[in-house]
Design a binder for this molecule. Structure first.
Ligand code: NAD
Length: 508
C-alpha cells in the first residue's frame, strides 16, 4: 500500500508537470483528500466572495473583447486547448484517479472526452448558423442570428471533475463567451490543473485571448452562490444533486438568467424475454458497478421479465460476488473507492431502508482487504425488490442495483418512468417492436434512451441531459451550443414600401 508521503509526492509531481503554481495547492485553508487512501494530499485556498466577484468582473471584461474575435479564430483557441489536453492526458487522467477515485482507464477516458468535445467545438466554430425564414411581406427578409451570451458560470460535481467543465467551456469559448468555473470542493486540484492548461493554450494563441477568459473559483456552495446571484452571469450551467439544482435554478430564474441544470438520475434498464443475456450482463455490470456507482448515468434499477429473471439474477450474483475491488493506482481492480465517508453512510442508510421494505440484499458491506483503513471501498450491492418503493425511487450515489420483475412491457415502461428523475434508460431486446415502442413518445420519458446498451457511457456527439428532476438541461453535442448564445431575430426591409405584418394599416 502507498504510504502517505508517496501519494502526496505523486500529486505534487503531476501538478508540477501540468504547470500548476505550487502556491495554489500548498498552505491553503481547504484540505484536499484522496479517496484512494483517505489522506490529505494538498491544501488549496478558498476564494473569498470579493475575489469571486472580481473574477466575474474580469471575465465580463474578457467577454467584451472575445465576442469580437471571429468564431473560427475562437475555434483555433479551443484547438490549441485540445492539443494541450492530448499532451497532458496521462498526467491529468492520473490526477482524476487520485482526486475522484476513478479507475485508471476511466480517468483517462474522462480526459479523452475533453479532447473529443474540443474537436467537436472546433468544427462547430464554423457552423454557428441561424435560419432564414420566408417573410410574409414583399421585399423583406427574415432571419435569425446567434450572438455570444456573456459570462457562463459553470458549477460542477465531484464525479466528473474535469469533463463537465469541458462540455460547457469548449462550446462557450467558440460561442464567444468567457467562463467562470466553480468546481466541486472535493476536486479542486484537477480544476487548477485544467486552468493551467487553458493558460498555456492562451499564451500560444496570443494577445487575442484576453486575461479573464477562463477563471476558477475554489470553495464550497457559498462561492457557487456568488456566481449564481451575479447578474453579470447570464448563463449558469450547474451539475450536481437535484437538491442543489432546485436552489440554483430558482435563484437564477429570479434574476431572469438562464440555467442549464444537469442533476441526479435514477436510471433503469429493461431486460426483455428476447434479450441477448450475455451482452446484457456485460452492459449491466459496467453500468451498475463501474465508477463505483458514482456516475449520474449509473444503472440503479434493473427491470427484468419474469421469464429470464432467475437466469439473469443468478449470473449477476456471480459477478457481484467476484468483481475486483481495490486502489486503482496499485491494482487493475474494476471498482475503486467511494468519494468519502458520507457517501458510505448514505449507501448503508439506503440498504437498511431496502431491507426494511423487504428487499433481499447481496453485498454492500465495507471492503477492507489491502486498502487503507481511512478510505471507503465497498462491495457493490445487488438488491431484489418486490416493488418500486422506499429507497428505489431516490438516487443514492453509490453502487446499489435494485432488481424488479415484470410481466408486460407496459408494466416495465411504467416502472421505468415511475420515478421523479429522467436522465438515462435502456432496453435489452432483439424484438424491433419492443425497441421502437421503448423509443416512442409512449416509451421512455428520459433524455437518454438506449437499445442493447447500458444507461452509462454517453458519447459527446449527442445532446446530454435529462427530464423531470434531472433538470431539463442539455450539454455537449447536437444543438446544445445554442444554450450558450443569445438568439436575435432580424426583419430587413430592402424595398421602398412600409407594409405592416398581419395586414395592419397605419397610414399617416
Ligand atoms: P452536489 O450537489 O453536492 O454539488 C455539486 C456542485 O454544486 C458543487 O460544486 C457544490 O459546491 C455546488 N453547490 C451545492 N449547493 C450549491 C448552491 N446552493 N449554490 C451554488 N453551488 C452549490 O453534488 P455532488 O455530490 O458533487 O455530485 C453528485 C451529484 O451530481 C449526483 O446527484 C449526480 O447524479 C449529479 N451529477 C449529474 C450529472 C448530469 O449530467 N446530470 C453529472 C454528474 C453528476
Amino acid at each position: 500500500m502507498a504510504d502517505a508521503s508517496r501519494l502526496t509526492e505523486t500529486v505534487q509531481e503531476v501538478l508540477r508537470s501540468l504547470g500548476v503554481d505550487p502556491r495554489l495547492t500548498e498552505g491553503g485553508n481547504r484540505p484536499v483528500r484522496s479517496p484512494l487512501t483517505g489522506e490529505i494530499v494538498a491544501h488549496v485556498h478558498d476564494s473569498t466572495a470579493q475575489e469571486a466577484r472580481a473574477a466575474i468582473g474580469s471575465a465580463h471584461e474578457a467577454f467584451l473583447q472575445w465576442r469580437k474575435v471571429p468564431a473560427p479564430r475562437r475555434g483555433e483557441f479551443v484547438r490549441l486547448l485540445g492539443e494541450e489536453l492530448r499532451a497532458a492526458k496521462d498526467d491529468l487522467g492520473r490526477l482524476v484517479t487520485i482526486e475522484a477515485g476513478k479507475i485508471v482507464s476511466e480517468g483517462l477516458g474522462e480526459v479523452q472526452e475533453m479532447i473529443d468535445i474540443c474537436d467537436l467545438a472546433v468544427g462547430l466554430s464554423r457552423q454557428l448558423y441561424g435560419l432564414t425564414m420566408g417573410s410574409e411581406r414583399a421585399d423583406h427578409r427574415l432571419q435569425e442570428q446567434w450572438h455570444p451570451a456573456g459570462v457562463v458560470g459553470v458549477i460542477s460535481a465531484f464525479n466528473f471533475p474535469v469533463a463537465v467543465w469541458s462540455w460547457n467551456a469548449a462550446l462557450a469559448f467558440v460561442c464567444g463567451d468567457a467562463v467562470v468555473w466553480k468546481p466541486s470542493e472535493k476536486t479542486p486540484l484537477t480544476a487548477l490543473a485544467v486552468q493551467a492548461l487553458v493558460e498555456r493554450a492562451a499564451r500560444k494563441f496570443g494577445p487575442d485571448a484576453p486575461q479573464g477568459l477562463s477563471r476558477v473559483l475554489i470553495g464550497a456552495r457559498e462561492v457557487g452562490e456568488v456566481l449564481v446571484e451575479d447578474a453579470r452571469v447570464p448563463v449558469v450551467s450547474a451539475t450536481g444533486s437535484t437538491a442543489m439544482g432546485r436552489i440554483v435554478g430558482q435563484k437564477v430564474a429570479a434574476r431572469f438568467g438562464r440555467s442549464i441544470l444537469e442533476l441526479g438520475g435514477n436510471n433503469a434498464s429493461i431486460v426483455t424475454p428476447s434479450a441477448d443475456l450475455d451482452l446484457a450482463l456485460r452492459a449491466i455490470a459496467f453500468g451498475a458497478i463501474g465508477t463505483a456507482g458514482q456516475r449520474c448515468t449509473t444503472l440503479r434499477r434493473l427491470i427484468v421479465h419474469e421469464s429470464v429473471y432467475d437466469t439473469l439474477v443468478a449470473s449477476l450474483k456471480r459477478v457481484y460476488a467476484s468483481v475486483s475491488i481495490g486502489n486503482p493506482l496499485e491494482s487493475d481492480a474494476l471498482v475503486g473507492p467511494l468519494i468519502d465517508e458520507a457517501a458510505f453512510q448514505g449507501m448503508q442508510k439506503a440498504l437498511a431502508e431496502a431491507r426494511a421494505a423487504g428487499g433481499k440484499v447481496q453485498g454492500g458491506e465495507r471492503f477492507t482487504e489491502g486498502v487503507s483503513a481511512n478510505a471507503f471501498y465497498v462491495r457493490p450491492a445487488l438488491v431484489e425488490m418486490a416493488g418500486q418503493t422506499g429507497p428505489v425511487v431516490h438516487e443514492t450515489f453509490a453502487p446499489i442495483l435494485y432488481v424488479l420483475k415484470y410481466s408486460t412491457l407496459e408494466e416495465a415502461i411504467a416502472l421505468q418512468n415511475g420515478v421523479p428523475q429522467g436522465l438515462s434508460s435502456s432496453i435489452f431486446t432483439t424484438d424491433m417492436r419492443e425497441a421502437d415502442r421503448f423509443l416512442s413518445a409512449t416509451g421512455s420519458d428520459c433524455g437518454i434512451a438506449n437499445v442493447n446498451m447500458g444507461s452509462s457511457g454517453a458519447e459527446i456527439g449527442g445532446a446530454f441531459g435529462g427530464e423531470k428532476e434531472t433538470g431539463g438541461g442539455r450539454e455537449s453535442g447536437s444543438d446544445a451550443w445554442k444554450a450558450y448564445m443569445r438568439r436575435q431575430t432580424n426583419a430587413i426591409n430592402y424595398g421602398t414600401a412600409m407594409p405592416l405584418a398581419q395586414g395592419v394599416k397605419f397610414d399617416i
